[in-house]
Design a protein around this ligand. Structure first.
Ligand code: SF4
Length: 441
């Protein structure tokens, strides 16, 4: 039986697409083996979100070729779409496929025979309206389902619209069908994923709210989560519906990027801090138990100490539950790199690193504070994995919990009481029906 191995870099969307390509290989009789072991074909799905991501992709490709010199090596994904020649120049790469071309893999190269030259198929993605469905691997716990692709925004630091094209989605009815199949295969939680998911349906005359309402009313999956959504697209109606929903969990991830209005303007973000704070307040008013996560970029061109202090102070006051800090890196071809950086606004690398450390520290404080607030509450958990005799999973409001003595199995949904913080940054729980042990003296 021929074999194939996969490696994915970057976002959940990339993971869903790799899984879908993997299933195509399986239907053609391929055995999927772990990446790094000997295989006939190697597929690497790349990311280009930062210069560091590009470097990691090249490093991964070179390592894969060194370990598996006879394998037919295919490199695809966002980096391949934007810089195909940087990848085809690596000795041993056989095929480079752009963002949409990866779904035509078997049409473009069916024999997978190595040759002297590298084939490059990267079609222009600018005007593409085609949507390719995908979801992550068969799992009885959490499945990432791609419902939207591309982005119509033009944030000044971002190359993703160039790599993935304009916003496009599948239809509500198509997603319902896919979710019914996932439900039949035992999936307990579906994470709706996209590049800019708040734009879902706009190309089809539908909306994210319509999708959420349909999934709540016409499916049996116990849990739906929305992966990440731009704050300006979190409408009052969406918040209100999720607050009253049974299947949609109280968890929002809304990228902030900066807590300073001048920097948000330079970033060309479509909201300012007041709007962001208003969204957070509205969510918390209706769902005090909600987990709210965010992303922040530090070291953006022109970000002074004062701008950064504004971001820190803004986040300290906001009831967000965790944050992901990203260090800005210049992306050639973006407004931020071409114009803002040359206008004298470059932040030295060591200052960027320092700011990143400050925000990571703040995130730990925020997460611990949020977890502490949840102690004593009863939540549902979908158990995901076991290690030694401990099982772990996430509650609906995204608290990572674990239980050391248990009879649960991954995929099981349980009601639990959150008891205490552990030194592993999780929360120990007990069965919601089990009474606490009271010492009688
Ligand atoms: S919303 Fe902005 S950061 Fe997000 S993908 Fe679109 S352009 Fe990039």
């Amino acid at each position: 039986m021929p074999s194939v191995s996969f490696h994915t870099l970057g976002c959940k969307l990339n993971f869903t697409e790799t899984s879908t390509i993997g299933r195509t290989f399986q239907t053609r009789g391929y055995d999927i083996v772990p990446f790094g072991s000997c295989s006939d074909v190697v597929v690497i799905n790349t990311c280009t979100v930062t210069e560091e991501a590009n470097r990691k992709c090249r490093q991964t490709v070179r390592r894969a070729i060194r370990k598996n010199p006879n394998a037919y090596v295919i490199v695809t994904g966002c980096y391949a779409q934007l810089k195909p020649l940087e990848l085809s120049a690596i000795d041993g790469v056989d095929l480079v496929l752009g963002s949409n071309d990866k779904f035509e893999l078997f049409t473009l190269a069916s024999t997978f025979e190595k040759s002297e030259s590298t084939q490059v198929h990267v079609s222009c993605i600018d005007g593409t309206l085609e949507f390719k469905s995908s979801h992550s691997g068969d799992s009885r716990t959490r499945t990432f389902l791609k419902v939207q692709d591309g982005c119509d925004y033009s944030c000044s630091f971002c190359t993703i619209p160039k790599a993935r094209g304009r916003s496009r989605s599948t239809t509500v009815s198509d997603i319902l069908e896919q979710v019914h199949l996932l439900s039949a295969s035992g999936t307990r939680e579906v994470v709706l994923s996209g590049v800019n998911i708040g734009l879902f349906g706009q190309d089809k005359g539908e909306s994210l709210l319509e999708l959420v309402v349909a999934l709540e009313n016409f499916t049996e999956i116990p849990r739906f989560r929305i992966s990440s959504i731009e704050p300006n697209l979190v409408t009052d109606e969406l918040i209100e519906f999720i607050a009253s929903a049974v299947r949609f969990v109280p968890h929002f991830h809304m990228p902030l990027q900066s807590g300073d209005d001048a920097i948000l303007g330079l970033m060309r973000r479509r909201y300012r801090r007041d709007r962001y704070a208003d969204r957070v307040a509205r969510i918390k008013r209706l769902m005090p138990e909600a987990c709210i996560g965010t992303d922040v970029i530090v070291g953006f061109p022109g970000e002074t100490d004062e701008h950064f202090r504004n971001t820190v102070a803004f986040l300290e006051d906001l009831p967000v539950s965790y944050l992901h800090a990203f260090t800005y890196s210049e992306r050639p071809g973006t407004l931020a790199a071409e114009e803002l950086s040359t206008a004298g606004g470059i932040v030295p690398k060591e200052i960027r690193s320092h700011r990143n450390r400050v925000l990571r520290g703040l995130s730990e404080k925020k997460r611990a504070g949020f977890y502490r607030e949840q102690i004593g509450t009863t939540r549902t958990v979908v158990w995901e994995s076991t290690r030694d005799d401990t099982i772990s999973g996430f509650t609906d409001n995204y608290v990572r919990v674990e239980r050391s003595s248990h009879t649960a199995v991954p995929g099981q949904v349980e009601s639990v009481v959150l008891e205490s913080l552990t030194d592993r940054g999780t929360v120990e729980v007990r069965d919601a029906l089990q009474l606490p042990v009271i010492a009688i003296i």
